[in-house]
Structures are given as structure tokens and as C-alpha cells.
Design a protein around this ligand. Sequence first.
Ligand SMILES: Cc1ncc(COP(=O)(O)O)c(C=O)c1O
Length: 311
Amino acid sequence: MPSTTSGTTALHTALLAHDLKPGDEVITSPFTFIASANSILYVGARPVFIDIDPLTFNMDPNQIESAITPRTRAIMPVHLFGLSCEMASIMAIAEKYGLLVIEDACQSHGARYGDKAVGSFGTGAFSLYPTKNITSAEGGMITTDDDTLAESCRVIRQHGMRRRYYHDELGFNFRMTDVHAAIGLEQLKKLNKFNQARRTNAAFLDSHLRGVQTPYVPQGCQHVYHQYTVRVAGGRRDALLEHLTKNGVGTGVSYPVPIHKQAYSTQELGYNNTLPEAERAAAEVLSLPVHPGLGASDLETIVAVVNEFTA
Ligand SMILES: Cc1ncc(COP(=O)(O)O)c(C=O)c1O
């Protein structure tokens, strides 16, 4: 499990270790934090965005095969908000076409698909940024069961150095400090407890919220609720956002603009496609507090404020 300075550098290092290059294409989701796509751009490859499943907000595996070209090298599933992607279909397609799978698990520490944890299907990348389910203050991790790949990651993150001051390849300074590692190791011991608290909070919200679409959890998946994201139909999302803010409930929109519609993507990279479900989600989603620090009265306030609006 090589550590790095961030989730972004974990993704970047994993892509370099797999020798992703200019001209390669990586199929991924447009409905995610920009770092997923940026890591692909950093190695000179091109993100190919496919639409999402409107229920899970994750990449729709039915869209993958038609996006494959002779340049496709990898699929990057992003396990968004704490929920695993549909990994059985994704792994079957990857195997059929000989594609790499690099999982962006930056939001999904401990999430499970069947009996497996995310980050254990392909090469995984995790973020330890302070808002994540566990943190090292800033940091990232790469997960793999391939010792050679792990060693390549360690070399890349340390200026391409296998032997002290001998450099066989171009590398970077993506080293995690010992101080960050010490914090991360202590946090790791608390991951299950934190995730259980998030699940308990989410269950309360699921059963008490009215008038919004609560998170969908496919059978066999264990959600870890990095975000508790609801869908607000009828063009009322921004009004609910304002109502929550006015009443002191912390809220936010992840993500208001899908990556293929960001100014940099359209103006600099020439993306001009339409992905209706990603665009609809960007207009309709809103996240509510779900973190382990919430008490019973906080949860009741969140429910009361939402239900007052939707009544
Ligand atoms: C889906 C996703 N990918 C990648 C990253 C990048 O992680 P970091 O902020 O640690 O660089 C994040 C972090 O917010 C993320 O949410």
C-alpha cells in the first residue's frame, strides 16, 4: 500500500505505474471531483466520459462498451459519495477487452461490493483529505496486490530513485511525511467505527426525510456515506439549499458542473458532448450532514428543516 501526498497524486502515480501515456484513453465518470479527470490529463491521456446511472450517481456500465476504441487502455470507476460502482459488470468488460481498472476510491474507504472492499478489484487510489471518512490531514494511498506495481509506485513518488541518488526514470516528490502517516495510522483504527456511525445517521435520515430522493443502495453493496446526497426534483434544489443555509444546516452541492461541461473541458480540451443523467444530477443533488459527530438533536433538526420545506 504505497502512500502519497494526496488522493490526486495517488491516482497520478497509479496511472504512471501502469504506463498510461499520451494518446491513451481512459473511460471514466463526468460526475466526480475534478481530480479524477485531471490525473488522466497529467499523464497525457484523454478522459472519455460516459453517462451515470441516475440511481447510484456512479458510471453506468451499460455505456462502457460503446465508448471503447483502439486507444482505450483503462477504465477508471469512481466510487462516488461512499458507494461502490457496479464492479461485476465493469470487471467483466475490462477482462473481455484487456483493459486496466484503476479505481478512484478517494471517497469510499471501507465501502464494499459483495464480499470485496473497493480498491481491491483493480489498482485503488484513496484520499486522506480532512473531509474524507478518515484523514491524515492531507495524503493518499494506493492499493494493489501486485508487488512489482507497488514498487513502481514507490519509485515514482520518490524522484524515480531505486538506489539512493541513482535515478533510472523521471519521478516526482509525492512522499507522505511521517507526521501525516502517524495521523493516518491512528485514523485507520477508527474507520469501522466512523463508518458505522455514518450508516446509523444515514438510516435515520432515510426513514425520516420526506419529499426528496434518499441515497439508493444496490443489493450486496455497503455504502459508507462519505456524502449523504439526495435528489430534489422539480427545479427546487437551489431553493432547498437556501432554506437549509438560512436555518443553519450545513449543505453543499457535489457537483454543480459535470467535468465535460467545465470551462477548461469545453474551451481548452474541446469536449462538446451531452450526458443527460450527469447533467440532471448536477442540477438536482444536494448533500446533507451525515458525519459521525452528529447527535440525535442535530439529526432531528436536519429532518425538520428539510421536511418543513418539502411539505
Ligand atoms: C472522487 C475524488 N477523486 C480524487 C480526489 C482527490 O483527492 P485529494 O483531494 O486528496 O487530492 C478526491 C478528493 O476530494 C475525490 O473526491
